[in-house]
Design a binder for this molecule. Structure first.
Ligand code: GRE
Ligand code: ZN
Length: 324
C-alpha cells in the first residue's frame, strides 16, 4: 500500500541562526533524541539520502516536507521573507532531486500578508508545492485578523490546503499557564491548546464562510478537536448565530477540517477521530524527526480498520486533497 506522510520537517541554518527561543519555552531536543535513538537537529538539516533511508527503513513512499516550527511566523516581515524564500528554494531543490519521494509545503512570510500571497503563488505554481504550512500565531497575532485573509483566499483560489501547525504558545499563555511547568508547554500539551484555540478563532471569525472551499489541516489527530465536537457545538449555537456564521459550528469542522495522525499514535483517540470525522478526513502522518517513522508505521500496521479505510488514510485522501 502506498504510504504518504505530510507532517515531516526540515530546518535551515538561516532560521536557526536568527531564532532565539523565548524564556519559558522548554523542549529538550537531546532528551527526545536519546529516547528516539537519533539526533533530531541533524536529521532536520537533511533533505536527501539520510531522510530517504529513514523513510525506506519504515516503508514510507512519499513525504510532504515543511519548514519546522517556529518557521517564518516567528519573524518580522523582512526576515520572514528571507527565511521563507531560502527554505522554499532549498526544499524545491530536494523535491526536484527526488520527485517520487519528496514533496513540499511552502513556508510563507505571514508577517507581510502581501508577500505571503506572492510566495504562496510562487511555491505552488512555480515550485510545485502542495500547499502551505503556517506555524500558529504571527508573533502573538492570530490569523482571524482580516489582514491575513488574503492568504486564505489565495490558497482557496489555488485549491491547496493550509496546514496549521503548532508553535510555541502565545507569550501571555506561556507565562500564565506554563511558568514553572515548561515541560508541558510544547508537544505534551501547550502546542495542542494553542493550535485548537487558533483554529476555533478562525471558525468563529467567519473565515470559512468567506472561504467555504478552503481545507485546513490539523495534525496530532486534529489536536484533540474531534473529541470536543459535541460540547463545542452545543454551547455555541447561539453565539455562532449572533456572530453571523452561516452554519452550525460543527459543520465547519466536518467540511473545512482534515486531520493527520502525526505524533498521536493512540488507537482510542484515533477511533474517536474516525467516528467523529470519518475516514475521508484523516491522513496518516508521522512528524519526522520529532517522531519515529518506525513507531508510526508499526502503530498503523496494527490498526484494525477496513482495507478501504486504510487506503484512504494512507494515500487516497492525500492524493485527492494534495494531488500528490
Ligand atoms: C513538532 O513539529 O511536533 C515539534 C516541533 C518542535 C518541537 C517538538 C515537536 O516542531 O514535537
Ligand atoms: Zn510537526
Amino acid at each position: 500500500m502506498r504510504i504518504v506522510t505530510l507532517e515531516d520537517h526540515f530546518a535551515t541554518s538561516m532560521m536557526r541562526e536568527k531564532f532565539v527561543f523565548p524564556r519559558g519555552f522548554e523542549f529538550n531536543y537531546a532528551e527526545r533524541g536519546a529516547y528516539l535513538g537519533y539526533d533530531i537537529p541533524s536529521e532536520l538539516l537533511d533533505l536527501g539520502e539520510k531522510r530517504i533511508a529513514a523513510m525506506d527503513a519504515a516503508g514510507i513512499d512519499l513525504q510532504v516536507v515543511s519548514l519546522s516550527m517556529p518557521g517564518a511566523e516567528a519573524f518580522d516581515a523582512e526576515t520572514a521573507i528571507a527565511i521563507a524564500t531560502d527554505a522554499n528554494d532549498r526544499l524545491a531543490a530536494a523535491t526536484n532531486a527526488h520527485p517520487k519521494r519528496l514533496a513540499g509545503f511552502a513556508s510563507i512570510p505571514t508577517a507581510s500578508p502581501t508577500a505571503a500571497v506572492k510566495e504562496l503563488e510562487r511555491a505552488v505554481t512555480k515550485l510545485g508545492f502542495k500547499g502551505a504550512m503556517i506555524n500558529g500565531h504571527v508573533r502573538g497575532e492570530f490569523l482571524d485578523d482580516r489582514k491575513y485573509w488574503p492568504i486564505f483566499e489565495c490558497a482557496q483560489a489555488l485549491d491547496v490546503p493550509i496546514y496549521l501547525h503548532p508553535t510555541i504558545p502565545h507569550p501571555a499563555v506561556l507565562k500564565a499557564y506554563f511558568e514553572g511547568y515548561g515541560d508541558l508547554c510544547a508537544p505534551a500539551w501547550g502546542f495542542a491548546m494553542d493550535t485548537c484555540t487558533h483554529f476555533l478563532r478562525l471558525v468563529f471569525s467567519g473565515l470559512f464562510d468567506a472561504c467555504p472551499r478552503l481545507k485546513m489541516i490539523l495534525g496530532h489527530l486534529g489536536e484533540g478537536l474531534p473529541f470536543w465536537i459535541h460540547r463545542l457545538n452545543d454551547h455555541t449555537l447561539s453565539a455562532a448565530k449572533r456572530r453571523g456564521l452561516k452554519k452550525r459550528p460543527e459543520q465547519y469542522l466536518r467540511e473545512n477540517l482534515v486531520v493527520t495522525t502525526s505524533g498521536n499514535f493512540f488507537t482510542p483517540a484515533f477511533i474517536c477521530t474516525l467516528m467523529a470525522l470519518g475516514a475521508d478526513n484523516i491522513m496518516f502522518s508521522v512528524d519526522w524527526p520529532y517522531e519515529s517513522n518506525r513507531v508510526a508505521i508499526d502503530w498503523l500496521s496494527h490498526l484494525q480498520i477496513s482495507d478501504h479505510d486504510k487506503e484512504k488514510i494512507c494515500h487516497l485522501n492525500a492524493e485527492r486533497i494534495l494531488r500528490v
